[in-house]
Structure formats: structure tokens, C-alpha cells
Design a protein around this ligand. Structure first.
Ligand code: SAM
Length: 193
């Protein structure tokens, strides 16, 4: 079987823009999971997370704070009209739209069909996902056909699709740098240098 990692480690500037759209955020119910979704998007190679549903400045503040501390140029914003944004992206063929849903095509089958040389929008739901999302999406992709979480679905998909990330270049400029260690914690605090 062809390797699932369809990309070699590439510097950020070489990769087409990758956005994650969080549909249907509920400020109280989804507070933590939406926050973790954005952090997962950032850690696994997305350039931005777009929040839709209920506006929630605390999620945006969390993502911006992590980017300030751990580096990189990850962006986040609130989108009041996500479906209009998706329609424009679809109509103008500006980006490949990948919708993660338990009803979709198995990810291992879908991956090789998804172009890696153009911008992409990866869509995950919260409350009931509008059926139009399925029609607008170029790929409706499942991570197994059992219900689980948007965070796990996004992590598995991005890790397989984006492949290894050159963290030194991707998360450059942070105040804090974690050095991988087989035991204990090695943390470099550039603020103290
Ligand atoms: N309550 C919402 C509904 O019924 O439409 C969905 C809730 S589900 C936990 C939230 C999101 O997680 C889904 O919209 C989908 O993006 C993602 N998700 C959950 N299970 C998935 C799976 N097996 N494969 C891909 N994505 C999945």
C-alpha cells in the first residue's frame, strides 16, 4: 500500500495554506474541546483555525497565547458566515474542502485522492452539521465509522495527510522550546536568555 504520509517534511513556506474550520461551536458546551481542536490544528500543521458558531474570544485568546509562547505564525479568527465562506472557496476552486465525518469515505482510501499542492480547508462539526457541508466538500472523510471526537479525527487525519513537521522551522520564534526527551522535561526558556 502506498505510504499514507503523502508529504515529506517541508518548510512552512513551501506548503499550501491549510485551514481548519470548526463549525457549530457552542460557547459553554464545547469550550474545552474547541480549544483543544485549535491546538491540535496548530500542532499538526494547519496555518489557521477558523471558529464558527457562537463567537468565543476565550478560544481565540488561548490559541494566540500558545502561538506567542511556543512560536510560529499560526492564525485564528471568528467567521460569522462559514457556509458562505465554504461556498466561495468551492465556487472559486480556491481550496480543497475536506469534511471529517463518521459517514464519510475511509481515510486510508481517501488520502491519496486529496491533492497536496493546493490550499485546503478541513471542516469539523460541533452541533448538527448542515447537510450542505457534505455537498460542498470535495471529500467527506471518515476516521472509522464510529462516533468519536473532532479532536481525534483531526489529529489522525492531519498527521497522515501533512506528514512529519519540521518543528524548528514551523514553530520558530517562541518564548518556550521543548526539547524531546526520553525521560523528564527539557524546556528552553528563550525569554530568560
Ligand atoms: N453532534 C454532531 C452531529 O450529530 O452532526 C456531531 C458531533 S461529532 C462528535 C463532532 C464532529 O466530530 C463531527 O462533525 C466530525 O467532524 C467529527 N467526527 C466524529 N466522529 C468522526 C469519525 N468517525 N470520523 C471523522 N470525523 C468524526
Amino acid at each position: 500500500m502506498r505510504s499514507l504520509r503523502t508529504r515529506e517534511p517541508m518548510a512552512r513556506a513551501e506548503l499550501p495554506r491549510l485551514s481548519v474550520l470548526r463549525l457549530g461551536h457552542r460557547r459553554e458546551r464545547d469550550k474545552r474541546i474547541t480549544s483543544h481542536l485549535g491546538l491540535t490544528a496548530r500542532a499538526f500543521g494547519a496555518d489557521e483555525v477558523v471558529l464558527a458558531g457562537e463567537e468565543d474570544h476565550s478560544a481565540l485568546e488561548t490559541w494566540n497565547s500558545v502561538t506567542e509562547h511556543f512560536g510560529g505564525e499560526f492564525e485564528c479568527r471568528y467567521e460569522p458566515k462559514p457556509m458562505a465562506w465554504l461556498r466561495r472557496a468551492s465556487k472559486g476552486d480556491e481550496a480543497t474542502i475536506v469534511h471529517l465525518t463518521m459517514y464519510g469515505q475511509p481515510w486510508r482510501e481517501a488520502l491519496p485522492e486529496i491533492p497536496i499542492d493546493k490550499p485546503a480547508i478541513v471542516v469539523v462539526g460541533g452541533t448538527k452539521v448542515p447537510s450542505e457541508t457534505f455537498r460542498l466538500s470535495d471529500h467527506n472523510v471518515s476516521i472509522g465509522n464510529q462516533p468519536h471526537s473532532e479532536v481525534s479525527a483531526l489529529a489522525v487525519f492531519l498527521d497522515a495527510w501533512v506528514g512529519p513537521i519540521d518543528e524548528a522551522s514551523r514553530f520558530d520564534g517562541g518564548l518556550i522550546e521543548i526539547v524531546p526527551s526520553i525521560r523528564g522535561k527539557i524546556v528552553i526558556n528563550h525569554e530568560e536568555e
